[in-house]
Ligand binder design. Structure first.
Ligand code: DX5
Ligand code: ZN
Length: 220
């Protein structure tokens, strides 16, 4: 089980330091929530943030594109050093072609689905991707409550992947905290993403990551 630290809730003035702390606490990946103000209402950040952090970290960079026309963005994020590039099924008419493009660029391909999209739409795409990202909140903001329905969705997706006999990993993103982490893992998740559970005023990112990792292992 891996934990991906989403920088969305971090203090951007101390980004490197905060990420080092989260990694010291057990975070495995760095997750970048790229938002364009169209696919989702908010605008966050893009290629320069990924490129400037790249030489400073060896951890996998996990880029989650919440943008329309993601096909226009792939080349730049490949150059910036993304390891996994995830786009939304809802954002493109050609998910098959896009996943191939990412893999042909030498990166891992991920496909994300919103809470209202049935997991079964991915059945014929699984061969083309390395990761499916199941949104457990509506994309757009950090700090939203986990949708409990997501557990059943992860279980169903896990079955579809097993039936296909493919090595596709499941990533779950949105509202992850020490109380629900273990049940999401038991439902079939391989990677959990967290923003507000790691970067908040209450705990240091290191302590927050340690608590989340402990909850994953032993339950809350
Ligand atoms: C939501 C983003 C998530 C978000 C998670 O649109 O894709 O990665 O940062 O934030 P929390 O963990 O606070 O729900
Ligand atoms: Zn995300």
């Amino acid at each position: 089980m891996r934990l991906a630290a989403s920088i969305l809730s971090a203090d951007f003035g101390r980004l490197e330091e905060q990420l080092r702390e989260a990694i010291a606490g057990g975070c495995d990946w760095i997750h970048f929530d790229v938002m364009d103000g169209h696919f989702v209402p908010q605008i966050t950040f893009g290629v320069p943030v990924v490129a400037s952090l790249r030489p400073r970290f060896t951890e996998p960079f996990d880029v989650h594109l919440m943008v329309e026309r993601p096909e226009h963005q792939i080349e730049k994020f490949v150059e910036a050093g993304a390891d996994l590039i995830t786009f939304h099924w809802e954002a493109t008419a050609h998910p098959h072609r896009l996943a191939r493009l990412i893999r042909e660029s030498g990166r891992r391909a991920g496909i994300a689905i919103n809470p209202g999209t049935p997991v079964e739409v991915l059945t014929d795409l699984l061969e083309e991707v390395d990761v499916v990202l199941v949104m457990s909140v509506d994309p757009g903001y950090a700090g939203q409550a986990f949708l409990p329905r997501s557990l059943g969705r992860v279980r169903r997706l896990k079955r579809v992947i097993e039936q296909a006999g493919l090595p596709v990993e499941i990533e779950v993103d949105g509202g992850i905290n020490p109380t629900n982490a273990r049940s999401v893992y038991e439902a079939g998740a391989d990677i959990l993403v967290a923003a507000s559970a790691l970067f908040n005023q209450r705990l240091s990112p290191r302590t927050a990551a340690e608590q989340l990792k402990a909850a994953l292992r032993f339950g809350a």
